[in-house]
Design a protein around this ligand. Structure first.
Ligand SMILES: N[C@@H](CCC(=O)N[C@@H](CS)C(=O)NCC(=O)O)C(=O)O
Length: 209
């Protein structure tokens, strides 16, 4: 398997999950802006959409979209319990979290804060949304060690990856104590440290790479 990633971006999610799974893979860095693959080549020939992550399986199948990719990886190693079994209500709850992070927090929250063309007035709408959504998450984590309850899952890695971006857009997370301790629990995992070291993210860069 080959994972195409850009440092510190949403592709850190499948990068962490591949380390959790222990599945052999190679990680290939791309420049998110120029779409040039490390060592040469146009990433758009791998993924015509041009964005990361993309996972290319050994048989050449291309998988895109982080939430789908991490469920595929989790399903390859059921004993690791990175996702509840398919078809269960617990799996639907996990999918609900993954969709929440991908749509409400990523595209409908953080993404517009990175765009230079978005005026400050517009950005304040998305900041307010993030405030409300982080408050909701913080309340949930008050009584739950992990998003799904007692057990770590790919959803926890997703929250970790998304909340990493707060420092890049001057969004203050310090008032969300439960999110802070959840982030520490997730950061302490060997797989998380390995993926972050592979992407040269320790220490966390002060601005997007
Ligand atoms: N819907 C995709 C979005 C992925 C995405 O937004 N990737 C960003 C990095 S966080 C990217 O590669 N942006 C560059 C571009 O859109 O050209 C997913 O959830 O995997």
């Amino acid at each position: 398997m080959k994972l195409y990633y850009a440092r510190g971006s949403s592709s850190l999610l499948p990068h962490i999950v591949l380390h959790e799974a222990g599945t052999p893979f190679s990680a290939i860095e791309i420049d998110e802006h120029t779409k040039v693959i490390e060592g040469g080549g146009d990433y758009r020939k791998v993924n015509p959409l041009g964005y990361v992550p993309a996972l290319v399986l050994d048989n050449g199948t291309l998988l895109t979209e982080g939430p789908a990719i991490v469920q595929y990886i989790a399903d390859q190693v059921p004993t690791k319990k990175l996702a509840p079994p398919n078809g269960t209500i617990e799996r639907t709850k996990l999918q609900s979290w993954l969709n929440f992070f991908s749509s409400e927090m990523h595209k409908g929250g953080f993404s517009p804060l990175f765009y230079k063309g978005v005026p400050e007035e517009g950005k304040s709408v998305f900041r307010a949304r993030l405030v409300a959504r982080f408050a909701y998450l913080d309340e949930h984590l008050r009584s739950n060690e992990y998003l799904m309850g007692h057990d770590y899952s790919v959803a926890d890695a997703h929250l970790f990856v998304i909340s990493n971006w707060a420092s890049w857009v001057n969004f203050d997370l310090s008032s969300y104590a439960n999110i802070g301790s959840h982030r520490e629990r997730v950061r302490a995992r060997k797989a998380v440290r390995s993926a972050m070291e592979a992407e040269r993210l320790t220490p966390w860069p002060s601005s997007p790479p």
